[in-house]
Design a protein around this ligand. Structure first.
Ligand code: GLA
Length: 326
């Protein structure tokens, strides 16, 4: 019988630092205890065949892939994007027949798509082609998966999800400087309890996301890189809209630093406060929250032990992340 291969990748929740990665800012994601697993065997043809326990249809992909964005069913686009990415790196991808299952709720903002990309990549790393070796570097692999997502969906996402999923360890948050991709592990003290709560499915996420990326570029054309800008620089931007967008990004980078300092000092109240501030910055200046998510944040803050809450990830639905005392 053919050897059975298996590879997994977890979902992630972002503690703080949203909509900062695509301007080279700071993010603090953490992997969660839910994952996507692929199992199967190599085949002799150049064909990928994957069935899913959680999504309809079969991913039936002939290699080489021409355009991942037109593949059906839609979930197979992420698979196609990664296969194509490996071939662009000179790897001759062998055929594969297998099965994918996930415990990450799909469309919840916990990065089920990035987890699928990374799980496919981890299967491919086992193919034995010498060109795959350079892809053992976590940053190169994360870029490949990020680009796969760009080609699969057209959404110009940053690198946070893929890099945090590839490098994250349970119980530890990953501080990523998205400019130079340096990583620092931040231990979450045992009395800090992080939970995520699903609020509602996402809407318009792709278009709105691309618009935010474009607005940040426009602001950067006027005042230079947002990761280096100061709040005072915002005043010289030409429109109110760009001022609000830039204000969020610049202040969010600062909040990540504050959160990390508070965590290191074991100051849960300060960490919680800055998380909640991040939510209102995303809601008011960046406009990536929704009325229901705002309401959920207000409600959860009234619960005993809760010190902070915010929307997490791209927004327009999905989950909130909550910090409470044990
Ligand atoms: C999505 C993207 C990430 C990041 C977040 C917002 O999850 O995939 O790159 O931009 O939104 O922080």
């Amino acid at each position: 019988m053919d050897e059975v291969l298996q590879a997994s990748a977890p979902g992630r929740v972002n503690l703080i630092g949203d909509h900062t990665d695509y301007t080279g800012g700071l993010v603090l994601p953490m992997v969660i205890d839910r994952m996507t697993t692929i199992s199967g065997s190599w085949t002799d043809d150049r064909h990928w065949q994957l069935t899913s326990a959680d999504e309809p249809g079969v991913a039936s992909l002939a290699l080489p892939i021409t355009d991942p964005s037109t593949v059906q069913p839609e979930w197979a686009r992420y698979v196609a994007g990664v296969l194509d990415g490996f071939e662009r790196h000179g790897v001759r991808v062998p055929g594969f027949a297998g099965f994918v299952e996930t415990s990450i709720p799909i469309g919840s903002g916990l990065s089920s798509s990035a987890a699928l990309e990374v799980a496919v990549a981890r299967i491919l790393l086992q193919c034995g082609d010498p060109s795959a070796r350079t892809l053992g570097d976590v940053r190169v692999l994360a870029r490949l998966c990020q680009e796969a997502e760009h080609r699969a969906t057209g959404v110009p996402c940053g690198i946070m999800d893929q890099l945090s999923i590839i490098t994250g360890r349970p119980g530890t948050a990953t501080l990523i400087d998205c400019h130079d991709l340096s990583i620092e592990e931040i231990v979450i003290p045992p009395d800090f309890v992080v939970t995520e709560r699903f609020i509602h499915g996402r809407t318009l996420a792709g278009t709105e996301y691309a618009e935010r990326v474009a607005q940040c570029r426009a602001a950067e054309e006027e005042i230079g890189p947002l990761r280096l800008a100061r709040l005072a620089d915002v005043e010289s931007l030409s429109t109110e809209l760009l001022k609000r967008r830039a204000r969020h990004v610049i202040s969010e980078n600062e909040r990540v630093r504050t959160f990390v300092d508070a965590t290191r000092a074991g100051d849960i109240a300060a960490a919680g406060r800055v998380m909640t501030e991040s939510h209102w910055s995303l809601a008011r200046d960046y406009e990536t929250s929704t009325a229901r998510m705002d309401e959920a944040v207000r409600d959860v803050l009234a619960e005993p032990g809760v010190v902070g809450a915010r929307m997490t990830g791209g927004g327009f639905g999905g989950c909130i992340v909550v910090l409470s005392r044990r």
